[in-house]
Design a binder for this molecule. Structure first.
Ligand code: CA
Length: 229
């Protein structure tokens, strides 16, 4: 985990979007911007973000639909909805869609920063996501009980296999290199003379993929591995 906080911002009004991106960047965040809901969702699935800020009235996919899709994919990531709508019903719909907080335009940028900090602090302090369960497709990793299940079947992993799987799932849909794995899971610099990572990937595959039709762990030749859900 790095200290860099990555934010996905989905807002179709260029002036607001650009101002927010600039403000967040000045406050140390790395911002990925989409002007369209369905593009926002594609970006969300293809990368890892610490928080999402999204508008409600968006082309492609509206903010409620986008929020629901994000929640189905990742129950933990903090989501803040931005909107010009201030009626109570819209707020309720936003929370029902899975938003953690709601901010009504026009707003003070400071207010957004504050809400963002509070939500990020919550996830960082726990250091494990709300609910303590990571999911990818039909795979579930319970970080409290250290239990791993696929399609409801309990799978026994060694401590290292568990750490490796946790790392792959936290970075799901993203290619991770052997060097990343060496550093984050083994806390060593990658040594090309060792095949320990490939060996452990094979152990994991035989437990979490081999008995099942859909294979989650895929090799990206020359780049590393990716766990797709
Ligand atoms: Ca809009």
């Amino acid at each position: 985990m790095t200290d860099e906080r990555r934010i996905l911002l989905v807002e179709d009004e260029p002036k607001i979007a650009d101002a927010l991106k600039l403000g967040l960047t000045e406050n140390g965040y790395t911002v990925t911007l989409a002007y369209d809901g369905s593009i926002g969702y594609k970006l969300f699935k293809s990368d890892t973000f610490d928080a999402v800020i999204l508008d409600i009235n968006l082309p492609g996919m509206n903010g409620y639909e986008l929020c629901k899709a994000i929640r189905a994919n990742n129950p933990q990531v903090p989501v803040i909805m931005l909107t010009a709508l201030s009626a109570l019903n819209d707020k309720i719909e936003g929370y029902d869609a899975g938003a953690d907080d709601y901010i009504v335009k026009p707003f003070e940028f400071k207010e957004l920063l504050l809400k963002l900090r509070v939500l990020l602090k919550r996830t960082l302090h726990q250091n494990i996501p709300v609910g303590n369960v990571l999911k990818a497709a039909d795979l579930e990793i319970n970080l409290d009980s250290r239990e791993v299940k696929r399609a409801g079947v309990v799978i026994n992993l060694t401590a290292k296999e568990f750490q490796l799987l946790e790392y792959l799932v936290r970075n799901k849909n993203k290619v991770v290199s052997r060097a990343d794995i060496a550093l984050k899971v083994w806390e060593i610099d990658f040594d090309t003379n060792t095949n320990v990572i490939d060996v452990y990937i094979n152990y994991l595959r035989s437990k979490i993929d081999k008995p099942f039709e859909t294979k989650l762990i895929q090799t990206q030749v020359g780049m590393g591995y990716i766990l797709r859900d």
